[in-house]
Design a binder for this molecule. Structure first.
Ligand code: ADP
Length: 647
């Protein structure tokens, strides 16, 4: 076994590899970009080396700098993780030329599987079933159109150098072929520098089932299958193992085909053979075809670990250091069922747009494995993949594992950025998915229902009102309210672009009603804290005027402070004044800045609350008279805008 290895990656996979290093007593070396200097993987590693830069090209793709870091720190081997340099045969050659071990397959095995057309031809030769199609070098459009005709519509055009669904087009009718071909080729040229495509039969009712293999360079074993049919635009969302409905015969046939594929290229280490499966008529041993082989550890490897009890990273290190395969095929078996859900910072209603932000809170529930590269306080930056974590569960059966997945997602707490958590929760409750009826079109078909935003629960809004106003902190009635006399106050909150007026009525210690719109919610304080209509308070987090009430779904509620409106609507639109005595917390502008109506110019803390002071009109800041930290009187002028005719 190695003494020291370098992990040429970041995020959750770097942390995942370091976990195993620690367990095996192997020293770990992290590399990092400038923006990742304080990242979790850097903190976890024994040694860290800066690569500089921010973008992958300036950092994690700098093979030479990574090899130099390995040599300087005494690492004997490099683990590439996934993505970045993991499937780059030139990097493998360079690592070996430097006298180091690449923890993965040989450069020639990666090359053999690098292009889809060559890989398909090679697999067909090795006796692995491949999707019927054309994968020749000749690329004349008329010839490709004739091949498509011969294969029979619908057909799929795929970039031979493709990945991530890029350069791929489904063509249902001959008349759509020419345009689809041109756009696939141009996308492939831009994305991969290679316009070549192959044409294959489009499998209707397709399921994506892949087989985990592990080789020692000569022999290989398989660690059963994963079903990755829950995809959105060819990107996996929830994966599971084993595949629902898998039969003994089909598993044996797929496993043997995958082992043949790996052995045909002298595969060493962890790899995945992806098959497309025709699910229109149940799973049949003659209904699966090779799509491609991923010559690295996959994102979704934990579901395989969960059902087999194997630590795949440990196997990678052992085999790369020269040990034989840790066990034979007959020693491997499946226990129970496992799911993995990919938690992303993304704006689902806006079309799954990647999001960024500082994670003001991040916590995972017990009873699930959470593979993550970030902690509370970390930033999801625009430089890298916006994955926050993988949430993995295991249960004795599919039904048990699915219930655990729902609970784990409901118990996952993220504040500070939008996430796909509600979408994952909806997917985990989807009826067809629950019944094991999966295919790659499931998400697309039911997208509207899966992304529908449910009406927020009045009890959760009531709780948000209480935490935002600080009323939850003491069971005593509001300061300033007379004891034992029902007193009311209106609080307006916004959820997305919907505002809700809530009437808070205090009856005495620990007894408050919050009327959300028309719906009264009884908030009562007892030995176990607050309850809302009898339900225990949910975990919550407040930052300024924003409360996050965790749960399924998590609710983000913003307090619309009436003083903001007053400050904004003030008669003298030139002056921003303190509406009450208080402490200036923050000032966001300086003289000369252009501001727009409604911009937040400063924050005043008064009466234990933060008040945003807004610009009443567009203009230029003439003068800032307040500084953060200073105490001011009511009516004090904090900021003056240039008079309108000056601007
Ligand atoms: P990429 O390398 O770009 O990810 P793949 O070849 O792995 O492309 O295919 C991505 C996804 O496209 C598969 O998971 C599957 O959902 C779908 N797909 C690929 N080939 C076919 C096919 N012949 N018929 C139906 N669906 C397919």
């Amino acid at each position: 076994m190695f003494d020291t290895i370098l992990i040429a990656n970041r995020g959750e996979i770097a942390c995942r590899v370091i976990d195993t290093c620690r367990r095996l007593g192997v020293r770990s070396v992290a590399v990092h970009s400038d923006v990742d200097a304080d990242a979790r993987h850097v903190q976890m590693a024994d040694v860290a080396v800066s690569l500089g830069g921010a973008s992958p090209v300036e950092s994690y793709l700098r093979g030479d700098a990574i090899i130099a870091a390995a040599r300087a720190t005494g690492a004997q081997a490099i683990h590439p993780g996934y993505g970045f340099l993991s499937e780059n045969p030139g990097f493998v050659d360079a690592v070996e030329a430097a006298g180091l071990v690449f923890i993965g397959p040989s450069a020639s095995a990666i090359r053999a599987m690098g292009l889809k057309d060559a890989a398909k031809a090679l697999m067909a030769e090795a006796g692995v079933p491949v999707v019927p199609g054309y994968q020749g070098a000749e690329q004349a459009p008329e010839l490709l159109a004739a091949e498509a005709e011969a294969i029979g519509y619908p057909v799929l055009i795929k970039a031979v150098a493709g990945g991530g669904g890029k350069g791929m087009r489904l063509v249902e009718q001959p008349r759509a072929f020419a345009d689809a071909l041109a756009s696939a080729q141009s996308e492939a040229k831009t994305a991969f520098g290679n316009p070549h495509v192959l044409i294959e039969k489009y499998i209707t009712s397709p399921r994506h089932i892949e087989v985990q293999v592990f080789g020692d360079g000569t022999r290989a074993v398989h660690l059963f299958e994963r079903d990755c049919s829950l995809q959105r635009r060819h990107q996996k969302v929830i994966e599971e193992a084993p595949a629902p409905g898998m039969t003994f015969e089909m598993r044996a046939a797929m496993g043997q085909a995958a082992v043949r594929a790996a052995e045909a290229i002298g595969y060493s280490g962890a790899g995945t053979v992806e098959f497309i499966v025709d699910g229109s008529d149940g799973l049949r041993p003659d209904g699966f075809w090779f799509m491609e082989m991923n010559t690295r550890l996959q994102v979704e490897h934990p579901v395989t670990e969960a059902i087999t009890g194997v630590d795949l990273v440990e196997w990678q290190l052992r085999v790369a250091s020269g040990e034989p395969l840790p066990c034979a095929q007959e020693d491997l078996s499946i226990t129970g069922h496992s799911f993995e859900a990919r938690l992303y910072a993304e704006d689902v209603p806006a079309g799954f747009l990647p999001a960024t932000g500082r994670l003001s809170h991040l916590a995972f529930p017990a009873g699930a494995r959470a593979d993550t590269g970030v902690r509370t306080g970390d930033v999801i930056s625009p430089h890298y993949d916006p994955m926050i974590a993988k949430v993995i569960v295991h249960g004795s059966s599919r039904a048990v594992a699915l219930r655990k997945l729902r609970r784990a997602l409901a118990g996952t707490q993220v504040a500070g950025t939008v996430t796909n958590l509600a979408f994952l929760g909806a997917l985990a409750r989807h009826e067809g998915f629950s019944n094991g009826e999966v295919d790659t079109w499931l998400i697309g078909r039911d997208l509207e229902a899966l992304t529908a935003v449910p009406d927020p629960a009045p009890a959760a809004i009531a709780q948000a009102v209480m935490v935002l106003t600080g009323l939850d902190r003491a069971p005593a009635p509001l300061d300033g309210f007379a004891l034992w006399q029902a007193l009311a106050q209106d609080v307006t909150v916004a959820i997305g672009d919907e505002s809700h007026v809530c009437r808070v009525v205090s009856y005495g210690p620990g007894k408050i009603d919050v009327v959300v719109g028309e719906t009264p919610v009884a908030a009562r304080f007892g030995a176990n804290g607050w309850r809302f209509d009898g339900q225990p308070a949910r975990a919550a987090r407040v930052e300024g005027a924003r409360a996050t009430i965790f749960g399924d779904p998590t609710l983000v509620v913003t307090w619309i402070d009436p003083l903001d409106v007053e400050a904004g609507a003030g008669a003298s639109s030139d002056l921003v004044e303190a509406p009450m005595p208080g402490l200036v917390r923050q000032v966001f502008v300086s003289a000369g800045d252009a501001v727009s109506k409604g911009d937040r110019l400063a924050v005043l803390e008064a009466m234990k609350m933060e008040h945003s002071l807004l610009a009443a009109r567009d203009g230029i800041v003439a003068e800032v008279m307040a500084e953060a930290g200073s105490q001011v009187e009511a009516g004090a002028v904090l900021i003056r805008l240039e008079e309108e005719d000056e601007t």
